[in-house]
Design a protein around this ligand. Structure first.
Ligand code: FDA
Length: 391
């Protein structure tokens, strides 16, 4: 039967990177994936330009049952290490905002870099994994194209997000099979959905973007909020979706730099004849200002006619908008899967299962989930490098 030093399940960001790191140590490496092409998520990442790292990476940028777990791998493989690879490959890049590095050109340049780095390893696509069993000397993997034995197995099959391009729960099934604990997976970095009464406001505003701030369960983000016909999206909503739990109310500040009630009172004293909606439109996108004024029954109203209590209510509606999402758009559009293989059952230096020598889990299937902004790829590179070097 065929034998390899290392078999990696999953030819995504983490699997390909792990293959390259393991090769450097002179191993015979085989990478298996059921998809027809490698790294489909890299191709669609960052709007097609791949936000391949974030220079502000640190353990505080990740959600995990044990936030310190990621520190070891992240400190041994830093964002600058990946930037050096990108530079050596001649890939042009730019910093968009907040340390987020994107390719100037296509995201597939990153896939090409990874494939070049693992040249010498064997990549087998369209290979379904039928079963994985533990044997006296390692693992026996049965695939649609025959069986393979290996003393070392790395599981890099990612999370459940975007099943349309090949995501499955294989990593979680294998973790369970080998007795590792799981932190219940759920969609994250995902648009939120709302009840009909909230959609009545969101739908007509579809396409409007506003700078917003949301704090929830220890997460605090300020970025663009986008109204959509299904609810709310945009980076600030994706970020907070990772912290939000079903049933909870979110409080959104639609004008983070302004005390709206105070501004309205000030304007009332100076130009009371002005319409409420007109004054609001100096502080918010015009369509949003009109919708909020209309919702409050103040579509045509003048500032001078409004008592303090009404302006304060309007201010609260904008600076402390409270609403309860009914759910998320789910794995269909989620950028990542929160939860996964419990870090208590993995060695932080090697990513190996504590109780199953030779078996490692890397990348998104581990209970380490980054904020939006390049952190998830940096985790993929760092965890893959840790496992690859240890193999
Ligand atoms: P990944 O999902 O990349 O790879 C898993 C591989 O395993 C796939 O090739 C899959 O086909 C294979 N596989 C799955 N099940 C299998 C099975 N049963 N049998 C065989 N093979 C199987 N992050 C970031 O840092 N910057 C960004 O710009 C973006 N942008 C972005 C956009 C969109 C639309 C999405 C959906 C996600 C992002 N992300 C991101 C997140 C990022 O893509 C993600 O965190 C990494 O790809 C995770 O890498 P992994 O290698 O762990 O899984």
């Amino acid at each position: 039967m065929e034998q390899a030093d290392l078999v990696i399940l999953g030819a995504g960001a983490a699997g390909l990177f792990c293959a390259g790191s393991a090769l450097a140590a002179g191993r015979r490496v085989v990478v298996l994936d059921h998809a027809p092409k490698p790294a489909e998520k890299i191709r669609i990442s960052g709007g097609g330009r791949c936000n391949f790292t974030n220079m502000a990476t640190g353990p505080d940028r990740f959600l995990s049952g044990n936030p310190r777990f990621a520190a070891s791998a992240l400190s041994r493989y830093a964002p600058q290490d990946f930037v050096d690879l990108v530079d050596r490959a001649g890939i042009a890049w730019h910093e968009k905002t907040q340390g987020q590095l994107f390719c100037d050109g296509k995201a597939t340049q990153i896939t090409d870099l990874l494939l070049g780095r693992m040249r010498g390893a064997e990549l087998r696509l369209e290979t379904a994994i039928a079963s994985v069993e533990r044997t006296a000397d390692g693992f026996h993997i049965r695939t649609g194209q025959g069986a393979i034995r290996t003393p070392r197995l790395v599981v890099a099959t990612g999370g459940k997000s975007i099943p349309k391009i090949g995501a499955t729960g294989l990593a979680y099934d294998l973790a369970r099979q080998f007795g590792l604990r799981l932190v219940e997976p759920r969609p994250a970095l995902v648009p939120l959905t709302f009840a009909e009464q909230d959609l009545a406001l969101c739908r007509p505003l579809s396409g409007v973007a506003v700078d917003a701030r949301i704090g929830h369960r220890g997460g605090l983000f300020r970025d663009a909020l986008l109204f959509t016909h299904r609810g709310l999206s945009g980076p600030v909503i994706l970020q907070i979706s990772s912290f939000w739990q079903p049933g909870e109310v979110l409080t959104i500040d639609l004008a983070p730099d302004l005390d709206i009630a105070a501004r309205l009172k000030d304007q009332r004293a100076r130009s009371g004849r002005a319409q409420v909606a007109t004054v609001l439109a100096q502080m918010l996108p015009e369509r949003l200002a009109q919708a909020i004024a209309a919702e409050a029954g103040l579509g045509q109203a003048r500032l001078a006619d409004q008592p303090n209590a009404r302006l304060e209510a309007l201010g609260a509606r904008i600076n402390r908008w409270q609403l309860r999402p009914v759910g998320t758009e789910g794995y269909r559009t989620a950028e990542v899967t929160l939860g996964g293989v419990d870090t208590r059952d993995l060695d932080a230096r090697t990513m190996q299962a504590r109780k199953v020598p030779g078996l490692s889990f890397i990348g998104e299937c581990v209970d380490v989930t980054g904020w939006l902004g390049g952190y998830n790829f940096q985790w993929a590179w760092a965890s893959a490098d840790a496992a690859g070097r240890a193999a």
